[in-house]
Design a protein around this ligand. Structure first.
Ligand code: BEZ
Length: 254
């Protein structure tokens, strides 16, 4: 999907629901944090910091970290951890030449216009500064989306366009280079991910953009039908897995 056709919203954030149904997202951020390797005194911006779980870990390394988060509920949670937060959309500029690094986990796939956001990140970095990020990559949650789409169609509901950008490494490398970065490493990682509150919980948090106009009963029926179609994603203990594919990269502002 092109950035022009991707819907701008449709996702409503609820910090408490996110922590319950998707708390694993920051919990699984150890590898990208390791790739960031924050150092004492560095100025680091955490783009799409959410409730600040990973931002606080960057601070523990002694970095001077600022979060950037457009959702007021999420931003308030991050501030409650003592984190400084710029409450704004990453499509708007957020500084010039001030950051040693920009970090981002599970946020870039929500951007309507990824090239514009990458240009803003480049502008925010000092020359030679690094962007270290993880986001959904090509094929991310494809089985879940395919089943959800089939359930919507079977019930005669419209299927809105996906709100997510899950690029291939080749496409994202080209965007990064066009924004002025030298890409050091970029790779897809297949990561089947256990869902702590099941497929229902995951769909309650991330499925909303696909079911904007459905009443509660219709939503419940679509979710039940999606579960039925995806029964093979549930293991022998009853744990649901989603077919996560991550795109992890480190690039330097040239
Ligand atoms: C994530 O935050 O990792 C995510 C969000 C939406 C769809 C898939 C993954």
């Amino acid at each position: 999907m092109t950035s022009e056709s991707r819907p701008s919203a449709g996702q409503e954030w609820n910090a408490e629901g996110y922590a319950r149904h998707a708390g694993f997202v920051p919990e699984l951020g150890a590898a990208v944090l390791e790739l960031l390797a924050p150092r004492l005194g560095e100025a680091i911006l955490d783009l799409g910091c959410g409730d600040g779980v990973l931002t606080a870990r960057i601070r523990e390394a002694g970095a001077r970290v600022t979060g950037l988060e457009p959702d007021p509920d999420m931003a308030a949670r991050a501030r409650a951890r003592g984190i400084r937060v710029l409450e704004q959309d990453a499509h708007d500029p957020f500084g010039s030449g001030l950051c040693d690094a920009v970090f981002s986990n599970a946020a870039l796939h929500w951007m309507r216009d990824p090239p514009r956001v990458l240009r803003n990140i480049h502008a925010a970095l000092k020359p030679g500064g690094r962007l270290v990020a993880e986001q959904g990559g090509f094929g991310n949650v494809a089985a879940v989306v395919t089943a959800l789409t089939a359930s919507l169609e079977a019930a005669g509901h419209p299927v809105p366009p996906s709100p997510w950008d899950f690029p291939t490494p080749t496409a994202q490398r080209a965007r990064l280079e066009a924004a002025g970065f030298r890409v050091e490493t970029i790779a897809l990682i297949q990561r089947p991910t256990p869902l702590p509150t099941g497929l229902k919980g995951w769909l309650a948090t991330f499925g909303a953009p696909f079911m904007p106009d459905l009443d509660t009963a219709s939503r419940q029926s679509v979710v039940a039908d999606t579960e039925r179609r995806l029964a093979h994603l549930r293991d022998e203990t009853g744990t649901w897995y989603a077919d996560y594919v991550r795109l992890r990269f480190r690039a330097f502002a040239a």
